[in-house]
Design a protein around this ligand. Structure first.
Ligand code: GLC
Length: 410
């Protein structure tokens, strides 16, 4: 792996910096709060998204660590003192009238942030950016209280059955909006159907009380990827704070994933849906994501790599790692009417899975995946996602977190 400084010298890094600078927004919000963040890709994605910003900061640290720190502080500032952090924040531009009803804000007429959450990656990003901040050594410790409050908020409000696993009540809370894994759970209330508006309205009516929602309805999941993100951040907070109790909490999440979501027959991890917690047997990259947790037994992680990532019928594609197994009947490698996470390869998932493959010694295969994405970005730029069969860039252009590819260069 190149050192951060060497990676920052590459031509890809120069292109990444151009993309990130073009998407940077800063100013003061009407309420008085100062902000500085990278929008994923204007004009379609003009706002701040929690997990996008965590990834942006990780990419920024290679070229401008001060911006990385500003972006993470802005994420923190978007929350509430009780530890809640929103999925989307409308700092400098309200949502357009056509899209506004699709955001899970407090009132139907919108607000400056959503009441929904995103994959909780902030503590992980904080640790990575802190390691690149020798110019500001206090950064590592400055938000320990708030990061802890955020983790406590998640445990308190999003794990109503106290089994260690967080629950999501909207499909897009995991960031995987239209993934086919949500179809059997949300049915006509899925993200790409009109019923989604009903799902938001129902959560509003119950004031986002997840305990009440999960007791009354079956439209919720203990989502594998969401909990992988949670465990990653708990471990990062343990290291940042030097407090082993956070690590123990991460281990509890990992044990719960293994005991409750792991399917011995297929070697995949499945979400648990509804009140009877039925496993959702759809193979998407989320079912592979526990690969990134070193606390998952090595033989389980090797099985994910060898039986899924290396299988040409499943995830071993010419370009990147498909977001849905090519074996699934729903797999679609192409652009799909703005529906995302239905097949194309994304760079943030490669950023998560490739280092985990390397840690297990699958260096050559990891290098092939990275090289395929470098070729695709050199040709088509930093796109939202890529056709895993042809490498064609699809979706939004100049897409923020796709610059993470620089961090995978060797
Ligand atoms: C799409 C993606 C989501 C992302 C958002 C902003 O909705 O599905 O994961 O956070 O765009 O980039």
């Amino acid at each position: 792996m190149l050192s951060p400084a060497r990676r920052a010298d590459s031509p890809l890094a120069a292109a990444a910096e151009v993309a990130l600078r073009a998407n940077w927004r800063e100013g003061r919000h009407r309420g008085g709060l100062q902000y500085g963040y990278t929008c994923p890709a204007p004009p379609r994605y003009r706002h701040m998204w929690h997990w996008d910003s965590c990834f942006h900061a990780i990419a920024w640290r290679l070229v401008d660590p001060a911006r990385a720190r500003t972006e993470l502080r802005t994420v923190l500032r978007s929350g509430r003192p009780d530890g809640f952090l929103p999925h989307t924040v409308f700092w400098d531009a309200p949502a357009g009238w056509r899209r506004a009803p699709l955001y899970a804000t407090r009132g139907l007429l919108g607000d400056w942030r959503t009441e929904s959450i995103g994959p909780p990656l902030l503590a992980l990003a904080w640790e990575i950016v802190a390691a690149a901040s020798p110019d500001e050594p206090d950064f590592a410790g400055e938000a320990l209280h708030e990061l802890a409050a955020h983790m406590d908020w998640l445990a308190r409000t999003r794990d109503p059955d106290d089994d260690g696993l967080l629950t999501i009540v909207l499909p897009d809370e995991s960031g995987l909006d239209d993934s086919p894994k949500y179809e059997p759970v949300f049915g006509r209330l899925t993200h790409d159907r009109l019923g989604y508006l009903l799902l938001i309205e129902r959560a509003r009516r119950l004031r986002w009380d997840v305990r009440a929602l999960t007791e009354r309805y079956d439209h919720h999941v203990e989502d594998v990827w969401m909990n992988v993100a949670y465990a990653l951040s708990l471990r990062a907070l343990g290291r940042l704070a030097g407090d082993p109790s956070w690590t123990q909490r991460a281990e509890r999440v990992e044990r719960a994933l293994l005991e409750r979501c792991y399917d011995e027959r297929t070697g995949l991890f499945f979400d648990l849906a509804g009140r009877d917690e039925r496993p959702v047997r759809v193979s998407t990259w989320s079912a592979l994501s526990p690969l990134v947790l070193d606390g998952i037994p090595e033989h389980v992680r090797r099985r994910i790599v060898e039986q899924h990532l290396f299988d040409a019928r499943r995830y071993h594609a010419p370009v990147g790692i498909p977001s849905v197994s090519m074996e699934e009947p729903t797999f679609n490698p192409r652009w799909d009417r703005f529906r995302c996470w239905r097949g194309p390869s994304w760079i943030n998932t490669a950023w998560l899975l490739v280092p985990a493959m390397r840690r297990l010694g699958y260096e050559a295969e990891a290098a092939t995946i990275v090289a395929s994405l470098v070729t695709a970005t050199e040709r088509d730029g930093f796109r939202e996602y890529y056709d895993p069969l042809t490498g064609e860039g699809l979706g939004a252009r100049n897409f923020g977190w796709s610059t993470l590819l620089v961090d995978l260069l060797e």
